[in-house]
Design a protein around this ligand. Structure first.
Ligand SMILES: Cc1ncc(COP(=O)(O)O)c(C=O)c1O
Length: 387
């Protein structure tokens, strides 16, 4: 008998583990998992070394070290004109993943409903299940205008049991940046139904077309929004697992109550280093977006040459592509065969849907890799066009 609790049984090994193992076994270029292959800013790395050598190796304070909480608040004022009190409205977490889990566990009773957009980052479904809550997915559909959703499907997803909307923009895996009118509808529904918004904005500094607007900046939303971000993405240090939550004190205090029993605290010496990184000049953040924009264009052009239909992302470091023009019908089969066919690993996005048919023909590539790695992947993928 499976000892695992019933609510977690639907969640097997993540597709990333399977595909990364396949990449190693076949010597493939791994564009499956989204981690950069270069290090973050040297000022941040040096500050972490100094913190370790300077003896900052014991438990930090529960909400996070004061200089990081101050830096998080200052950064949001600087970029988004959002004001948070570093004492009470900011909480440091073990990556955005813990922030998401702790927010859902803190704010949802069993049976409460969470509206989210599918495909979604894979921890969402598991965290909702752990809380005994119920997900109400709204489908993002790929088309000539990129990914869009049916506003009526969103309206219909809200009901008497809705407790939370969980919004990820810029969005993984589609690369969609939600538009002002889409955000306005989400904000209206949150207020009409008295619902809390949890916004996963880990890709806030990776926007290439249009602009990122935090939901919390819309009228009436700051007081009902838990905003989440992560150093892993903004400073290319995914292994550090330093994330944060900002929001009104009652919501942040609820999330802290859960976080303290999940990890208590995390990343003592990395926290002051992330404070340094958040204070870097605009040129760092502009440079990150500019470099990723070039990489997006490089990979999108290569994928189109190889014969895919490409859905050009407006943000993040992911691009999705339709396998139909290459004769593919099922992304899982296609991705399992791709290493043998041409030595490249991608991930099928159907595993991030409750309705997999909507994404059966779609696969995702990560472009947060050195140019020579992207060029090698593209050269290999061209073999598909020749086949
Ligand atoms: C949308 C989204 N949220 C959260 C995370 C996880 O962030 P962290 O590594 O800080 O836990 C990721 C990582 O891929 C992500 O894509």
């Amino acid at each position: 008998m499976d000892p695992l609790v019933a609510r977690m049984r639907p969640f097997g090994t993540t597709i990333f583990a399977e595909m990364s193992a396949l990449a190693v076994r076949t010597g493939s270029v791994n564009l499956g998992q989204g981690f950069p292959d270069t290090d973050g800013p040297p000022e941040m790395l040096e500050a972490a070394v100094a913190a370790i050598m300077g003896g900052r190796n014991q438990y930090p304070p529960g909400p996070g070290v004061p200089e990081l909480r101050r830096a998080i608040a200052a950064h949001q004022r600087r970029y988004w004109d959002l004001d948070y009190d570093p004492d009470g409205e900011v909480l440091v977490t073990a990556g955005a993943t813990e922030a998401i889990a702790a927010s859902i566990l803190a704010l949802c009773e069993a049976g409460d409903e969470v509206v989210c957009f599918e495909p979604y980052y894979d921890s969402y479904a598991a965290s909702i299940a752990l809380a005994g809550a119920v997900r109400r997915p709204v489908t993002l559909r790929a088309g000539h205008d990129g990914y869009t959703f049916d506003p009526d499907q969103l309206r219909a997803a809200f009901g008497p049991r809705t407790k939370m909307v969980l919004l990820n923009s810029p969005h993984n895996p589609t690369g969609k940046v939600f538009t002002p009118s889409e955000l306005a509808l989400i904000a209206l529904l949150c207020q009409q139904h008295d619902v809390v918004a949890v916004t996963d904005e880990v890709y806030e500094h990776m926007v290439f077309d249009g602009a990122h607007t935090p939901l919390a900046t819309l009228p009436g939303m700051r007081e009902r929004t838990v905003r989440i971000s992560s150093a892993g993405k903004s400073f290319s240090c995914t292994g550090w697992k330093v994330g944060w939550v900002s929001g009104p004190a009652p919501l942040v205090s609820a999330v802290l109550r859960v976080k303290q029993f999940l990890t208590y605290v995390n990343a003592g010496p990395q926290q002051p280093a992330v404070a340094v990184a958040l204070g870097l000049p605009d040129s760092y953040f502009d440079g990150l977006a500019a470099s990723l924009r070039d990489k997006r264009d490089r990979l999108c052009a290569g994928l189109a040459d190889a014969g895919f239909e490409v859905f050009r992302p407006e943000g993040t470091y992911f691009v999705t592509a339709d396998i139909t023009p290459l004769g593919g019908t099922d992304g899982v089969d296609f991705c399992r065969a791709l290493p043998d066919r041409c030595g490249v690993v991608a991930v099928p996005t159907q595993v991030f849907y409750d309705h997999p048919d909507a994404g059966r023909h779609l696969i995702r590539f990560a472009f947060c890799k050195r140019d020579e790695v992207l060029d090698e992947a593209v050269a290999r993928l061209r073999k598909l066009a020749a086949a």
